[in-house]
Design a binder for this molecule. Structure first.
Ligand SMILES: NC(=O)c1ccc[n+]([C@@H]2O[C@H](COP(=O)([O-])OP(=O)(O)OC[C@H]3O[C@@H](n4cnc5c(N)ncnc54)[C@H](O)[C@@H]3O)[C@@H](O)[C@H]2O)c1
Ligand SMILES: O=C(O)C[C@H](O)C(=O)O
Length: 343
């Protein structure tokens, strides 16, 4: 039995993501949770002729506990999206609390589930989940993933566009490392499975890198106040979830970039730290998946000087984002203890 749960399932990402998970033959149960509308979304999806049994829950009557009971994989797209002029960090104030509460539910109900965090700012929300799990003594770094797949999907599409053949976009593989916001998004185009033409000018390369880094802004601008990427994110989230499920079923050799705790692989993390010149508690790199989650964090490998400059620019921003997430949980614990001191 494989129960997939979506937290934030009635939202712009949640609904199409739930649809794609309902269509995934590896999913036998689909649990949907949101603060609104999940009964309707669940009723709608339940008429689709695929095996997954669908149930929708709301917060009253222990809805979060019920939806998480027996979950194998939990995907979190709950929270507010950006409007034009906002950065992902501007979402922290609202989304940090939402993610913390949902993580508490997971830690106390299904701590062994694979947790896939979509809610922004991912660079900080993933550390929040880790800290909550630590607080409950259930943190397994191999099972926690920040979903950066949309950056990978964008890189594949944009490179295929440059190559003048969109039919290649499914085949083009470009590792995108670092994190998931602006300069922390580092596409390693020199490692693209489909190299760019040798005539490709430096300015064109810079434009391409910038488009991958700020692809989210392109969508936010086009939606003009109606939110950020939802459909492409649902596609990316479902692709990533599917890779986890295939790896858990025993498929070998699945390697995909994801923002993970470096504690998931001590050896891989040591090599990465050497490359970065400092340790970061979380980093997105190519990650090999297995039945228990992260098997190996791959080093960056051979990259160009220009890519090294991008990595350097990402590091301080990432370090700050990680610290913000960790401090948020520490402060929340302190505040709770001040309210109810331990005897
Ligand atoms: N990681 C990525 O690449 C990526 C890509 C796109 C969007 N995002 C992020 O995903 C998040 C969701 O985006 P969206 O466009 O789907 O937003 P949305 O507003 O359309 O949907 C969010 C849903 O979360 C629900 N929600 C709010 N508080 C909740 C709670 N406590 N418990 C459960 N559900 C709750 C809302 O009711 C809503 O249905 C945003 O933070 C956005 O920035 C991340
Ligand atoms: O840009 C956003 O705020 C949403 C998402 O992180 C994206 O990359 O599209």
């Amino acid at each position: 039995m494989v129960k997939a749960v979506v937290l934030g399932a009635a939202g712009g990402i949640g609904q199409p993501l739930a649809l794609l998970l309902k269509a995934n033959p590896l999913v036998t149960e689909l649990g949907l949770f949101d603060i609104v509308n999940t009964p309707g979304v669940a009723a709608d999806l339940s008429h689709i002729s695929t095996p997954a049994k669908v149930e929708g829950y709301l917060p009253p009557d222990d809805g979060l506990k019920k939806v998480l009971a027996g979950a194998s994989i939990v995907v979190i797209p709950a929270g507010v999206p950006r409007k034009p002029g906002m950065t992902r960090d501007d979402l922290f104030k609202i989304n940090a609390g939402i993610v913390k509460d949902l993580a508490t539910g997971i830690a106390t109900t299904c701590p062994k589930a694979f947790v896939l965090v979509i809610s922004n700012p991912v660079n900080s929300t993933v550390p929040i989940v880790a800290e909550v799990f630590k607080q409950h003594g259930v943190f397994d770094p191999k099972r926690l993933f920040g979903v950066t797949t949309l950056d990978v999907v964008r890189a594949s599409t944009f490179v295929a566009e440059v190559l003048g053949d969109l039919s290649l976009s499914k085949e083009v593989v470009v590792p995108v490392v670092g994190g998931h916001s602006g300069v922390t998004i580092v596409p390693l185009l020199s490692q693209s499975s489909h190299p760019l033409p040798s005539s490709f000018a430096k300015e064109s390369l810079d434009t391409l890198v910038n488009r991958i880094q700020f692809g989210g802004d392109e969508v936010v601008k086009a939606k003009n106040g109606a939110g950020s990427a939802t459909l492409s994110m649902a596609y990316a989230g479902a692709e990533f979830a599917s890779k986890i499920l295939r790896a858990v079923k025993g498929e070998k050799g699945i390697v995909v970039p994801s923002y993970v705790s470096v504690a998931a692989d001590a050896e891989g993390s040591a090599a990465l730290t050497k490359e970065l010149g400092q340790e970061l508690a979380f980093f997105s790199s190519n990650v090999e998946l297995g039945t228990e989650g992260v098997v190996k964090i791959h080093p960056l490998g051979k990259i160009t000087e220009a890519e090294q400059t991008l990595v350097k620019a990402a590091i301080p921003e990432l370090a700050k984002n990680i610290e913000t997430g960790i401090n948020f949980v520490a402060e929340a614990i302190k505040a709770a203890e001040a309210k109810e001191p331990r005897l």
